[in-house]
Design a binder for this molecule. Structure first.
Ligand code: ZN
Length: 322
């Protein structure tokens, strides 16, 4: 760098000195913004939260309100089971004051990253404080527990409590606001929980069968009394085998199930094979619509929020199965 300094600057040392002083004060300003990273975004005075899934980012926005700046890593249509963090993601995690993730191996390819981040900053799995007796087995996915906890709204209320406690602990100045926001939001979730149960109960019992490309809806089925059948096991990491396809086809033909569902974050190949198989056996199955499973809808749409996503799913199920 010094080599390219124009010789003419040597004549007057003063501007150089001023420039140097400016540079020093500027770099002091920059490094003051983010203690974890040299290239930090401008300091807004807000608590910086980086969340993995859209559902968790939504939770952080609801409870953090104006005091937080939330960055979500996974956008609409992204499959968290297969998601690998990019360099940009690592930067976003590095710059955060708080990292929120789902845990229970939902973000299966990021486990090591969270372990490392936990050594230097508040890194919280929103599923962590949930009593293990309330969790489903993750046997199909070769993990201990099924990670799709957001589909039982009552479990998601507990996740909301975890986010509240994390924010209160990290930023006592705004503790009262976080508590107030959480109270309000948890009440909304309570209403949603009842609403979902009431709507699903309008589907005749024999038709209360939910067939999707992967077993994301186990908690939903348990909480709202639907039989849930997936094609790929819980994780999308394993492809559906031929036997899964024929077993499911036979079940649907025998029970005259009217509709199956596709998911925003899962390829529909396997579901198409089942529909085709049933057709060959003389039973017509329609696509009941698209459900949001492991990712929410696009930002700015009703489905781009957790509550909107759940409502969309329920309406889609009710109108196709009823
Ligand atoms: Zn999943």
């Amino acid at each position: 760098m010094n080599k390219s300094t124009p010789p003419r600057q040597k004549r007057s040392a003063r501007p150089k000195l001023i420039a140097l002083a400016l540079l020093i004060s500027l770099s002091a300003l920059v490094s003051g913004c983010g203690k974890d990273s040299a290239s930090s975004s401008p300091d807004t005075g807000k608590l910086k939260i980086t969340a993995t899934t859209g559902m968790i980012a939504d939770l952080a926005k609801e409870i953090g309100g104006p005091h937080v700046q939330v960055t979500g890593l996974m956008s609409a249509g992204v499959d968290p089971h297969l998601y690998k963090a990019s360099q940009g993601d690592i930067r976003k995690l590095d710059q955060a004051d708080i990292i929120l993730y789902n845990g229970l191996h939902l973000e299966g390819k990021m486990v090591e990253i969270f372990e490392n981040m936990a050594k230097k900053k508040t890194t919280v799995a929103v599923s962590d404080p949930i009593d293990r007796s309330l969790l489903r087995s993750g046997a199909l996915m070769n993990t201990e527990y099924d990670p799709h906890i957001w589909f039982d709204v009552s479990l998601w209320m507990k996740a909301a409590g975890t986010v509240r406690d994390t924010l209160v602990q990290k930023d006592q100045t705004h503790a009262e606001d976080y508590k107030k926001n959480a109270d309000r939001y948890i009440k909304e979730l309570e209403t949603l929980h009842k609403e979902v149960a009431a709507k699903i109960s309008t589907i005749p019992e024999s038709s209360r069968v939910l067939v999707t490309a992967h077993d994301a809806f186990g908690y939903f089925g348990d909480a709202y009394h639907l039989k849930v059948m997936g094609l790929q096991g819980i994780s999308t990491a394993s492809e559906a085998g031929t036997k899964d396809v024929t077993d499911l086809r036979d079940y649907l033909v025998e029970n005259k199930i009217k509709a199956v569902f596709i998911e925003s974050s899962v390829p529909r190949k396997a579901i198409d094979a089942v529909i085709q198989g049933a057709k060959e056996k003389g039973h017509e199955i329609k696509i009941g619509g698209e459900l949001f499973s492991d990712a929410m809808g696009k930002e700015g749409t009703p489905e781009g929020t957790y509550i909107g996503m759940i409502r969309h799913n329920v309406e889609t199920m009710v109108s196709a199965l009823k």
